[in-house]
Design a protein around this ligand. Structure first.
Ligand code: C5P
Length: 314
């Protein structure tokens, strides 16, 4: 007979703390189609996971609680509106068990930065609680729950480089020979709300002042296979960049400063305001990050490489 367990948990449940690392994402290409009837835009995007990580630790508890440290502490609500809490509840409901855990988040990914930090934390929570509770779901089941939490959450379960379609929730990996790309990530003061960026793009398009949509991801996918950063640089693109620049005109100075410092290309990441710059190699990235920091055009300039794995037990 099985040992009596005080919390009635699955025998596969973890007894110690479960620590999960999850990356930030950028979009190598973000094509935004028309607004759909459900309020989302049809996307054609290539996601790319980079080496800036949040860390979520899950421990056994009698209730569901969340604490945090790092980026956004004191600003980010830790109540039921937090994507971490919503992810834990969604997994518990799916598995038909109580959502009991003590969760702690260590954040490096800025809030509302266009790096999908909140989505990353939701993905980390699904992977951590799945192990803590011994629910043992397949990655595809986790990705299906992830899609109910946000459009970017399924990608952050998978990581790497992947094509995103639908509202971004339909993810398929891009198979390429292993290459590391070296980035400089310019983190801005303050954030941009994602819905606001999409609304601004719709406004620009209605007025006829938006740039032509960047369209298909085919050129980008071909560029990835060539493994030449100059070729990849020429294929980067983001339809939301015009919206982010319209909401935050000073981002144009950040992009200019990165290119003046020798970056191969700079784009706004997702809905912004973070800007990312592709560089030739790790040393080039270090040098450009230093110049950007000195130019005073961002709150923080960091280096990162990609692709990296999605949410994983650390
Ligand atoms: O999916 P998620 O909750 O992260 O999306 C946040 C908001 O971003 C949506 O409510 C919507 O306003 C906007 N969005 C969109 N089209 C997408 C993804 C997000 O308009 N494909």
């Amino acid at each position: 007979t099985e040992a009596w367990r005080p919390d009635g948990d699955d025998p596969r449940a973890a007894s110690g703390p479960v620590r999960v690392r999850v990356p930030a994402k950028i979009n190598l290409r973000l094509g935004v189609g028309p607004l759909r009837a459900d309020g989302y835009h049809e996307l054609n995007t290539v996601y790319h996971a980079i080496s800036i990580h949040d860390e979520l630790t899950a421990r056994r508890g009698d209730t569901l609680s969340l604490t945090m440290e790092g980026e956004g502490t004191g600003e980010l609500a830790l109540d039921d509106s937090n994507l971490v809490i919503r992810a834990a509840r969604a997994l518990a409901a799916y598995a038909g068990r109580p959502a009991h855990a003590r969760l702690h988040l260590r954040k490096q990914i800025p809030l509302a930065g266009g790096l999908a930090g909140g989505s990353a934390d939701a993905a980390a929570t699904l992977v951590a609680c799945d192990t803590l509770w011994g629910t043992g779901l397949a990655r595809d089941e986790l990705a299906a729950i992830a899609a109910t939490l946000g459009s970017d959450v399924p990608f952050l379960i998978h990581g790497g480089t992947a094509l995103g379609t639908g509202r971004g929730e339909a993810v398929s990996p891009v198979l390429a020979r292993p290459t590391s790309w070296h980035w400089v990530v310019a983190i801005a003061d303050g954030g941009i709300s994602t819905p606001e960026a999409y609304r601004e793009l719709d406004r620009l398009r209605d007025r006829g002042t938006a740039p032509e949509p960047i369209g298909s991801t085919d050129g980008l996918l071909a560029a990835l296979r060539q493994r030449d950063p100059a070729v990849l640089a020429a294929a980067l693109g983001n339809d939301l960049q015009a919206a982010a620049l319209s909401l935050r005109p000073a981002l144009a100075d950040t992009l200019k400063a990165g290119e003046a410092a020798g970056a191969l290309a700079g784009i706004v990441s997702g809905s912004g305001p973070t800007c990312v710059f592709l560089t030739r190699d790790a040393a080039d990235a270090e040098r450009i990050a230093g110049e950007l920091a000195a130019a005073g055009v961002c709150r923080q300039a960091r280096t990162a490489h990609g692709p990296v794995a999605g949410a994983r037990i650390a």
